[in-house]
Design a protein around this ligand. Structure first.
Ligand SMILES: O=C(CO)[C@@H](O)[C@H](O)COP(=O)(O)O
Length: 244
């Protein structure tokens, strides 16, 4: 990897990963960690275009997941876009190691940054796309001053830390607000409780990348599950566009 490649724009992220306006982002947290390489091969074969990787510090969220060496090993295993979600109190300390490990998108949390612009700029300077995330309790207006510094915005529809939680509909209002905001050109992503029932409303509200852990890795066959989720999301986008 060259030291400072140009970071991908939101349009380039869409061109690389979205199909029919959407992409399913399988969350590796729900994979079988004892069979990680086989799980990644299976998800590639199923047609995924990206992988969502949750990095937890046990402080910002009450759980631990995996760190830089595991991301580096995943990078050696796949060419899929690596969408790395930093659930960390001090993301500025970690963006460089995760970028060096192969992250393509690095997302930090608005809750831990009074002004996220320096770290978003740092991510872009490292050649990755810059993402900003907000948890369900944070008002979306809080990130309004930073919209133009973001290549991706990750709207959490659960409190982060664990897979398998129920979708919180407050995410839908935030997605629609972001979709309709003239300063927002970022890819809109939603994460938590996304499944066959909730994916349609998310896509209709503007979510383009839909993170799904349990709904993907809980399936017997990932190919049909990814296709079904993607089809539901695309149908909702088409329906929302047709109704104006
Ligand atoms: O960030 C997180 C959890 O903190 C998510 O990425 C989950 O991994 C999604 O899991 P499901 O809700 O789809 O099971």
């Amino acid at each position: 990897m060259s030291p400072n490649p140009k970071p991908p724009t939101a349009a380039e992220l869409r061109a690389r990963c979205s199909r029919g306006g959407v992409a399913i982002a399988p969350s590796l947290l729900a994979a079988d960690f004892a069979r990680l390489e086989q799980e990644i091969r299976a998800i590639e074969k199923a047609g995924a275009t990206l992988l969502h990787l949750d990095i937890m510090d046990g402080h910002f969220v009450p759980n631990l997941s995996f760190g830089v060496p595991v991301v580096e090993a995943i990078r050696r295993t796949t060419d899929l876009l690596l969408d790395v979600h930093l659930m960390l109190d001090n993301p500025a300390n970690y963006v460089e190691p995760f970028r060096k490990a192969g992250a393509d998108v690095l997302t930090v949390h608005a809750e831990v940054l009074d002004d996220p612009r320096p770290v978003l700029d740092q991510i872009r300077a490292l050649g990755a796309a810059a993402g900003l995330s907000l948890n369900p309790p944070l008002a979306v207006e809080r990130i309004e001053p930073f919209l133009e510094a973001c290549d991706l915005i990750l709207v959490m529809s659960v409190m982060p830390g664990f897979g398998g939680q129920s979708f919180q509909p407050v995410a839908l209002e935030k997605l629609a607000w972001l979709r309709d905001h003239s300063d927002c050109h970022a890819v809109l992503e939603v994460d938590g409780g996304v499944n066959a029932q909730t994916i349609g409303p998310c896509a209709a509200a503007g979510a383009e990348w839909l993170v799904a852990g349990t709904a993907v890795f809980g399936a017997d066959d990932y190919g049909p599950r990814l296709a079904d989720l993607s089809q539901s999301a695309q149908a909702s986008v088409a329906g929302a566009q047709a109704s104006g």
